[in-house]
Ligand binder design. Structure first.
Ligand code: NCD
Length: 471
């Protein structure tokens, strides 16, 4: 499939093969940065950054200029019509008529998806709230592959704010898909990896999650400063039989892998949110830590900006990769823009990604039923709720699990009914527990899902005898 006219909203919008081929193109471009100015001549990129940015914005703009294109920009939401109550769909339509490609950073989760749905031109997500930041992940993966030739089989520790860090979420999905052997989650207190990210990891990529493994992760915990590891994700390529056998010691070793650390996302945590008060227990990477046995070759990575979690004293250490990650942003984004604008094409044989199951989830349109519970989801914003219909992928029936198509948070609604209830008889208009056998009996196209019993009753449904289920 050609990459032209596609959008990059989540890292899953690129296949494994496409990511690898994009890196070859980035290699080619980085070898001759000033010879690329014919590729996107006459094209315009709109750069919409409604949250602070240095690296991402400037590297996108530098990339477009290097490709011979032009840039128009809006950096302050307060100076756009969004401040007058305009919806992002209307903004997307308008900007899409001025530019050939849009790069957007926005505080609402799922905002980039909405822009991509309405702009009519390719859209690149440069960070949407805590959801995803796929191009940072491309820079991260590119850096790891430059240093280690492959992602496959590596063991990587993700440290810091795993809850709100969007770079962490995109990177975790990509590492799982590209066959990193194990991913260790080592969070700051109160900012552990969210349930919906863990859910997607196991549901979509098929690996195993070992939670709260206690002694098993002691060696990593010791290596990384004595705190406990929250969980380990073991990807399907790794032989995890041993890891899953109770009482068997996991040999934790990130010697050839990487430690990826992030700052506490204080703009999302706030002054009182989880993690705000516990600065002293936040993971810190410093010279003392890097002297520990087992980290002699380990790459130290960070998306930047840093606060206190990454000491300046290790900047000159050959293991420190964070300025490389930033510098590689320009050729990586040049390659991406050139592909989405159709100035270059990657010829990829029929997708052979064995790791990514072809996921064909049924999409449930919840109007007027269930709503996404994430208050930062774009679908819950006043200006957007006028036209966005909540939509969910049904990712599991046992238990019933809906994934919001905008922010990807998960819901587990309790009550269901069939729209095909009547057969002419009002007494058949019944709702049931989502845990009952009805969840498999009702055809997906007839399924109605309720947030609560009250809602089911308000819509004229009566409880069936399957409204409570003993499990
Ligand atoms: C990151 C972001 O914006 O999510 N920055 C970046 O793009 N390199 C990380 C962060 O702000 O902590």
């Amino acid at each position: 499939m050609s990459q032209a006219n596609r959008s990059l909203v989540t890292i899953d919008d690129l296949s494994n093969r496409e990511i690898e081929a994009l890196f070859c193109l980035a290699d080619e471009m980085s070898g001759s940065m000033s010879d690329q100015s014919g590729l996107c001549q006459g094209k315009i990129m709109a750069s919409l950054f409604f949250e602070p940015s240095t690296r991402t914005r400037l590297s996108f703009e530098a990339a477009m200029l290097r490709l011979g294109g032009q840039v128009i920009s809006a950096a302050d939401m307060g100076a756009t019509s969004l401040a007058k109550g305009e919806s992002i769909a209307d903004m997307a339509r308008v900007v899409g008529s001025y530019a050939d490609i849009i790069v957007i950073r926005h505080p609402w989760e799922g905002a980039a998806r909405v822009v991509a749905d309405y702009a009519g031109v390719p859209v690149i997500n440069a960070g949407d709230g805590s959801h995803e930041h796929p191009t940072q992940t491309l820079c991260d993966l590119y850096t790891i592959t430059k240093e280690r030739q492959t992602i496959r089989g590596l063991k990587i520790a993700l440290c810091g704010d795993l809850k709100y860090g969007r770079t962490i979420h995109s990177l975790t999905y990509a590492l799982a898909r590209l066959g990193a052997a194990r991913i260790y989650f080592f969070s700051g207190p109160g900012v552990e990896m969210p349930a919906h990210v863990l859910g997607k990891l196991t549901q979509d990529y098929g690996g195993k999650l070992i939670k709260g493994p206690g002694d098993d992760t002691q060696s990593l915990a010791e290596t990384l400063g004595g705190q406990s590891v929250d969980a380990i994700y073991v990807t399907p390529t790794d032989s995890h039989q041993l890891a899953l056998m109770p009482g068997v010691q996991i040999k934790v070793d990130i010697r050839d892998g990487a430690i990826y650390v992030t700052r506490l996302q204080k703009e999302r945590v706030g002054d009182t949110g989880p993690g705000a008060a516990s600065k002293k227990d936040y993971p810190v990477i410093d010279a003392r830590l890097l002297r520990r046995k087992g980290l002699e070759r380990t790459l130290v990575m960070h998306p930047l900006p840093r606060i206190d979690e990454l000491a300046y004293e290790i900047d000159a250490d050959p293991r420190s990769m964070y300025f490389e990650q930033a510098a590689r942003g320009v050729p990586v984004r040049m390659a991406l823009i050139a592909l989405l604008l159709g100035a270059k094409e990657l010829i990829i044989p029929q997708e052979e990604d064995s790791l990514v199951q072809k996921l064909d989830y049924h999409v449930y349109e919840g109007d007027p039923g269930v709503k996404c519970a994430n208050r930062l989801c774009v679908s819950n914003q006043e200006t957007e709720a006028r036209y966005i219909k909540p939509k969910f992928k049904i990712v599991s029936l046992d238990p019933l699990t809906l994934r919001c198509i905008y922010c990807e948070h998960e819901l587990h609604p309790q009550y269901i009914a069939s729209s095909d209830w009547h057969e002419g008889k009002l007494e058949n208009k019944k709702y049931h527990s989502a845990e009952s056998h009805w969840i498999r009996k009702i055809k997906p196209e007839n399924l109605i899902i309720f947030d609560s019993e009250n809602e089911a009753q308000a819509r004229g449904f009566k409880p069936s005898k399957y409204v409570t289920v003993d499990r």
